[in-house]
Design a protein around this ligand. Structure first.
Ligand code: IVH
Length: 677
């Protein structure tokens, strides 16, 4: 390959690495899976080994973590906090040991190395400095050279001894280990953080230690940095001492010789992984003897005497039993593979999405194929690859249906006006309620939170009522046959009375919610709001059914050709018109309130970041706008108030602080709104 091309490809990977590295260490965000991040690092290292002319100061061989955040004081580590090289296979492990032997000028067979093997907890590392047995300073890893002073936050952790009286405890030592949160404790913070690691990292770097205290953090110790006067000669004894000194150590730490034994321990732990109450992403192997460690020394940012043997990503092998076609609210046909149930990371997986027709073709996925399935976090399981060696000769290519499996209408791939390309997604061509499956999805949308928000009317109930033919169109919701429902399993007098009440309550609805609830394609909450403002009364909107005023809609900022075509389509359908007429009679649709321009929040601008409690962002926006306040979309000196909810975007908060903008929480916003009543 051409040298320039190689360089270009390398730089691209470095850029990507730098980006995700910053996200991960500085913002606690994982946009890609850990396994993908590791893979990227590996690719860079392979390129660097193969082509010696490739070099970058941002290479993972040089950088560790990311520079400390501005929130905390920076303190240099007396001994750098290093990173670890990764091994992914037995071969990698054998190579690691070979290098150790070569470096030490020893031959295999004559010499054996003992390893301290320690489960690699997926948390945040911290360095605890003790002087005369007293915990005085605690640092984060930062960029490996300088850490952040997070002493006060670390002091809130019970597992961290504050005073150590043991006689053999060194006069000065920095004890290093992992801060993490147990999976069972994480359950209560599931809505706030993507995973336990993020929860630990977010909590540890709170400005206020009282906020750190709210999350039950744990600490496991495993190594040390700078020390004076320690009389210990190997890692295993060091770990034993840690235990005596009052630190928690990992109960699965072991002393092992030989790569074969390392492999069997690896397999055992990998099987145990799902049963542990803390996340581990591999095992750390450390040459046990400190003498040998000293001789082996470090490469740029990792010791030669240790390696992290990473567990494979959350994937497994299964067989495709069938391919189902699911139909969404907008008619989109989504193929789903029914697979032989397999346990991936403790969860039984029996469905995997195939995304769309093109994906099936690209990967040539066939019923009967043996496939690799991946499940990561909350993402729907998907198929990574087909094992062609295991394919029976008689397996036929999957033919994607050209008719809707529910209503038999033809299916189409639309031309996307924005991308100027044909969509990858194939859709049922019926305009909605004619197709039973689409109708069910439309009704689910109609009753959903941002639409009619009918309490107690969940997806399962919609499906059941549709199956029992109690509902076919939205208006049927307001004419339910409760006598029949009462005979159905799971329904009693009380639950029926509750349902009746919540349906009755929602007959009074805002114009914008009503438009949104209709589920017109490309008309989300924002567009529904714009349309309601433009038409002012529902009657004006309904008049679209016999008018040619569609192009007028172009005047609305935010509404384009795609939206107008979709509205036209909606109004050209008889069933939709019938639905509108019926609903108009049943409901009390409020006129859109013309917003006064001279309300009490005139000239005041607001911005929201993070999730609000009990009210949607859309609702908060409309409350502000009702008082003539405006919502802006970026932090600038024109912003008056930044409202922060749960998990705000750090960048925005930082920017607002620097510009001295009022940062308020939801309660304070409510006070402002009440005061201006
Ligand atoms: S030793 C020079 N021991 O893994 C040795 N690290 O990629 C470096 N980790 O930053 C650390 N368990 O966050 C060590 N038993 C263990 C560990 C461990 C987890 C983490 C730690 C470190 C990262 C290295």
């Amino acid at each position: 390959m051409d040298k320039n091309l190689i360089k270009k490809n390398y730089q691209k990977k470095i850029k990507l690495f730098k980006y995700h590295n910053k996200k991960y260490y500085d913002e606690n965000i994982s946009e890609i899976k850990d396994s993908e991040f590791d893979e990227l690092k590996k690719e860079i290292l392979e390129l660097e080994t193969k082509y010696k002319f490739l070099k970058s100061k941002n290479s993972p061989t040089i950088t560790v973590g990311f520079k400390p955040s501005k929130n905390f004081k920076k303190i240099p580590h007396k001994v750098p906090m290093l990173s670890l090289a990764n091994a992914f296979s037995e071969e990698d492990l054998i190579n690691f040991e070979k290098k150790v032997f070569n470096f030490l000028n020893e031959t295999k067979g004559k010499f054996e190395i003992e390893y301290s093997t320690e489960p690699k907890i997926d948390g945040i590392s911290a360095s605890l400095i003790y002087k005369k047995g007293k915990f005085i300073t605690g640092l984060s890893r930062g960029d490996g050279k300088e850490g952040e002073d997070i002493t006060e936050n670390l002091k809130t952790i019970d597992d961290i001894p504050k005073n150590i009286l043991a006689k053999n405890f060194p006069n000065y030592i920095d004890i290093r280990g992992e801060v993490f949160i147990k999976n069972s404790d994480f359950k209560s913070f599931k809505d706030k953080f993507a995973n336990p690691r993020n929860a630990a990292s977010g909590s540890l770097r709170q400005k206020n230690p009282d906020d750190t205290k709210k999350i039950p953090l744990k600490f496991i110790a495993y190594t040390f940095g700078y020390q004076e006067g320690m009389k210990v000669y190997n890692q295993n004894d060091f770990l034993k001492n840690l235990d005596k000194w009052g630190f928690k150590i990992n109960p699965y730490n072991k002393l092992i010789k030989g790569t074969k034994n390392l492999m069997s321990n690896y397999k055992q732990l990998e099987n145990l992984r799902n049963k542990l109450d803390f996340d581990i992403d591999g095992i750390v192997y450390k040459v046990n003897s400190f003498d040998l460690q000293k001789r082996l020394g470090n490469v740029a940012n990792a010791p030669r005497w240790a390696i992290a043997h990473k567990f494979s990503a959350n994937s497994g092998v299964s067989k495709i039993l069938d391919i189902d076609i699911q139909i969404g609210r907008t008619g989109a046909l989504t193929p789903v593979a029914k697979i032989n149930p397999i346990n991936i990371g403790g969860v039984v997986v029996s469905n995997a999405t195939l995304h769309n027709e093109d994906e099936i073709r690209r990967k040539d996925i066939r019923i009967g194929d043996t496939v690799m399935v991946e499940r990561a976090g909350d993402v729907i399981p998907h198929i990574i690859s087909v094992d062609l060696k295991k394919r029976d000769n008689d397996l036929k290519k999957f033919v994607f249906p050209d008719k809707c499996p529910s209503c038999n209408s033809i299916t189409v791939k639309e031309f996307n006006l924005t991308t100027k390309k044909k969509d990858a997604v194939r859709r049922c061509s019926s305009e909605g309620f004619e197709c039973e499956k689409v109708a069910i999805e439309k009704i689910k949308h109609f009753v959903s939170k941002d639409a009619f928000n009918i309490e107690g009317f969940g997806k399962k109930i919609v499906e059941n009522f549709c199956k029992q033919k109690l509902i076919r169109l939205p208006q049927d919701i307001f004419n339910l046959n409760f006598i029949q429902i009462e005979k159905m399993e799971g329904w009693g007098k009380q639950s029926i009375s509750n349902l009746k009440y919540s349906i009755e309550q929602r007959k009074d609805i805002s114009f914008e919610r009503f438009i949104y609830a209709l589920g017109i394609r490309h008309i989300g909450l924002e567009n529904a709001k714009l349309i309601s403002k433009y038409f002012k009364t529902p009657q004006n909107f309904f008049a679209l059914s016999n008018s040619s005023r569609f192009n007028e809609l172009l005047e609305i900022d935010g509404i384009g050709e795609t939206q107008i075509n979709s509205i036209k389509n909606f109004f050209s359908n008889k069933t939709n018109i019938e639905v509108l007429k019926k609903l108009e009679k049943i409901l009390k649709i409020q006129k859109s309130i013309a917003l006064t321009k001279d309300g009490p929040l005139k000239n005041k601008s607001f911005m929201i970041t993070g999730k609000l409690n009990g009210i949607s962002r859309a609702e908060a926006k409309s409350l502000i706008e009702k008082k003539s306040g405006s919502i802006i979309s970026s932090v600038s000196k024109n912003l008056d108030y930044l409202i922060i909810g749960e998990k705000p975007t750090k960048r925005k908060v930082e920017a607002a602080k620097q510009l001295n903008i009022n940062i308020i929480n939801q309660d304070e916003l409510i006070k402002i709104l009440d005061k201006t009543n």
